[in-house]
Design a protein around this ligand. Structure first.
Ligand code: AQP
Length: 367
C-alpha cells in the first residue's frame, strides 16, 4: 500500500495550513503516483475459487513479481469470476481475503503494485455488459475453458450463462484499466486473444478507446496436477497448495504419478515423461536435477528417492511463503488497508474509462 509519509519540509509545513484535507489527500496521491508515472499498465488476476497452488505461483504470481519495476502493475482477486462455478458462499469472503494474503506472502510488495478485489469496483460488471454487445456468441462457445468447465458442471447442474460470459468479464477487467500487458499461463492465452478481438470490435464501432493488450506468457506454461494428467487446478483436487503444511504436501507428492514405465524399483525410466521431473525443473538446482535424471534412467534411484529431493527444494520455496502467510493472515487491518487503497485507485481509473465508454456509446441523459 502506498504509505503516506509525513511532511518534514518547513515550506510544505506552512503550505499545509492553507490546504484543505481534500487537497492534502490529492497531493499524497500524486506523490504515490510518481513511481508509476509513464509506465504502461500490466493487469492480471486469480479467482479465489479455492486454495492457490504452485500452478498459480509458477504460471502467474512468480512472473508478476518480475514485472514490478517495468510496469505499473495492477493485480486483482477476481471474485466475480469465482462464482461462475459451484461454490460455497460462506467460504468466499475468507478465500478472497486469503488470496490477497498469498499474493503479498509470495512476494507482491504492495508498495510496488496495486492489489484489489474485483467486486470492490462495480465498473467491471458494467463494462462487461457493454462489451457483451460487441462480442459474437459463437466466439464464446468455442472457448476451450468454457467447453471443459461446462462438461464438469453439466454432471451436477445446468451450465450458467455466467460461465459462457466469463471471457467478456475478463476482457472488461483488462480493458477497464487500458492495460497493455497481461501476464498469464498458457491456459488463458485463448481468452486474451478474444480480449483483443473484443477491443477491436469496440474500437471499430465506437472509436478507439482501448489498446490491444499483449499476452505475456509465463515460463511455466501449463503445470500438471499430481495426477500427472490434467492441468493443476484448485477445483480438481490435484493441486499442491502454496500454504499447505509440509506433511500434506509430502503425502500428495509421495503418491503422485511418475513415468508409467517405472512399475518396479529396478525399471529404468525417462525423466522427460515424468511430471515429477517437470516440477524439478522449477525448484531443484541443475546439478541435483541432472543426478536425479541419471538415477531415473539407470534405475539407480527409485521414484520415492527422486520425490524426496524435489520435496526438499520445493519446501525451500514454499516454507517462506507459508510462514509469511501465517504471520500476515492475522494482520486484518494491514491487509484490508492494502485492499482499500487498491480499490480507491482502481475506482478512479475505472470511473474515467467508463465516462469515455458511455460517451462513445451515446449512453447519457439528454438535457
Ligand atoms: N496449472 C497451471 N499451470 C500454469 N498456470 C496456471 N494458472 C492456473 N493454473 C495453472 C494461471 O494462474 C492464473 C490464475 O488462474 P485462475 O485461478 O484465475 O483460473 P484457473 O486457470 O481456472 O485456475 P484453476 O486453479 O484451474 O481454478 P479452478 O479450478 O477454480 O478453475 C492464470 O494466469 C492461469 O494461467
Amino acid at each position: 500500500m502506498p504509505r503516506a509519509r509525513p511532511f518534514t519540509d518547513p515550506g510544505l509545513h506552512n503550505l499545509r495550513a492553507t490546504l484543505t484535507v481534500r487537497d492534502m489527500i490529492r497531493i499524497i496521491e500524486l506523490f504515490a503516483g510518481e513511481k508509476t508515472m509513464g509506465k504502461k499498465i500490466a493487469f492480471s488476476g486469480i479467482q479465489p475459487s479455492g486454495e492457490l497452488h504452485i500452478g498459480n505461483y509458477l504460471g502467474a504470481i512468480r512472473s508478476w513479481i518480475d514485472l514490478l519495476d517495468k510496469y505499473d502493475c495492477i493485480f486483482c482477486i477476481v471474485d466475480y469470476h469465482a462464482v461462475t462455478a459451484p461454490y460455497e458462499p460462506s467460504e468466499l469472503a475468507r478465500r478472497t481475503y486469503e488470496a490477497a494474503v498469498v499474493y503479498i506472502a509470495s512476494g507482491l510488495d504492495p508498495d510496488r503494485c496495486t492489489i484489489f478485489v474485483q467486486s470492490d469496483v462495480p465498473e467491471h460488471t458494467e463494462l462487461q455488459w457493454l462489451l457483451g454487445t460487441v462480442t459474437p456468441l459463437g466466439d464464446l462457445f468455442r472457448m476451450t475453458q468454457y467447453k471443459e468447465k461446462a462438461k464438469e458442471v453439466k454432471t451436477r447442474q445446468s451450465v450458467c450463462s455466467g460461465l459462457l460470459c466469463y471471457p467478456i468479464l475478463q476482457a472488461a477487467d483488462i480493458l477497464l484499466y487500458k492495460a497493455e500487458a497481461v501476464p498469464v499461463g498458457e491456459d488463458q492465452a485463448q481468452h486474451l486473444e478474444l480480449t483483443r478481438e473484443i477491443a477491436r470490435h469496440f474500437n471499430r464501432r465506437f472509436g478507439t478507446i482501448f489498446p490491444e493488450p499483449r499476452t505475456l506468457l509465463s515460463e511455466a506454461k501449463r503445470i500438471l496436477g499430481v495426477d500427472g494428467e490434467r492441468k493443476m487446478s484448485k477445483s480438481l483436487g490435484n493441486h499442491l497448495g502454496l500454504t499447505e503444511p509440509p506433511e500434506a504436501i509430502w503425502e500428495k507428492l509421495r503418491t503422485a504419478k511418475t513415468d508409467p514405465a517405472r512399475i518396479r524399483r529396478n525399471d529404468p525410466g525417462d525423466p522427460e515423461r515424468c511430471n515429477i521431473y517437470t516440477y524439478h525443473t522449477f525448484f531443484t538446482p541443475k546439478e541435483e536435477r541432472i543426478k536425479c535424471a541419471e538415477g531415473c534412467r539407470t534405475a539407480a534411484i527409485g521414484c520415492v528417492d527422486c520425490k524426496k529431493v524435489l520435496f526438499k527444494h520445493l519446501m525451500q520455496t514454499l516454507d517462506p511463503i507459508r510462514e509469511r502467510f501465517n504471520e500476515l493472515v492475522k494482520q486484518k487491518d494491514y491487509i484490508n488497508g492494502v485492499l482499500d487503497a487498491g480499490r480507491d485507485r482502481c475506482r478512479e481509473i475505472a470511473r474515467a474509462t467508463m465516462e469515455e465508454v458511455r460517451g462513445a456509446m451515446g449512453i447519457r441523459r439528454l438535457h
